[in-house]
Write a protein that binds this ligand. Sequence first.
Ligand code: PRP
Ligand code: URA
Length: 208
Amino acid sequence: MPVTEVRHPLIRHKLGLMRRAGISTKEFRELASEVAALLTYEATKDLETLEETIDGWAGPVKVERIKGKKITIVPILRAGLGMLPGVLDLIPSAKVSVVGVQRDEATLAPMAYYEKLSGSMHARTALIVDPMLATAGTLVATVDMLKAAGCRRIKGLFLVAAPEGLKRIEAAHPDVEIYTASIDQRLNDRGYILPGLGDAGDKIFGTK
Ligand code: PRP
Ligand code: URA
């Protein structure tokens, strides 16, 4: 499975700011969105384009546009919503497929509770967005959902990923491409990523 740790200086700087204890909701939210935009830039590098000739200011001019059906962004409720604005900044005409998967805090098992997908999923590239890839239970459940709806091209964008989760998604769905701002060290005994960001959902929404 292709895993890309996007080691751009802007991403490393912004992720460093996100790791500070006591960061405000406002700053965490802004940075989550900014890093999401930078990951989107990297994850869309291989999109195919079509050439066409249009009327330009000085006559006909050859230009390119993205080929095929519009991308669908798949934010996983709830923390994935924090990355959505940054992705939409770069792909404003994307469709959005919202998926709800909650990790049980005791067992760490994923519980899928909501699904509202774009039409024609078989013809779209899906960009899953979620700040954290920890055990990968949530991601595997989401990819299962997208594949059941016919989706064939799936990429996942994460702020931080744990090696344990990367192994699990590779075993379950080796065709899914992963882009992350950082592959961190490991999970702790409660399934939190170390050094990680803490609870990303709480930080984005200001809960707890
Ligand atoms: C967090 C995170 C991922 C999931 C990752 O969400 O945003 O969706 O945990 O963990 P996993 O890889 O072990 O499945 P959570 O279920 O805590 O919900 P939230 O978005 O409401 O905070
Ligand atoms: N969910 C989070 O929000 N943080 C983690 O470290 C793991 C799962």
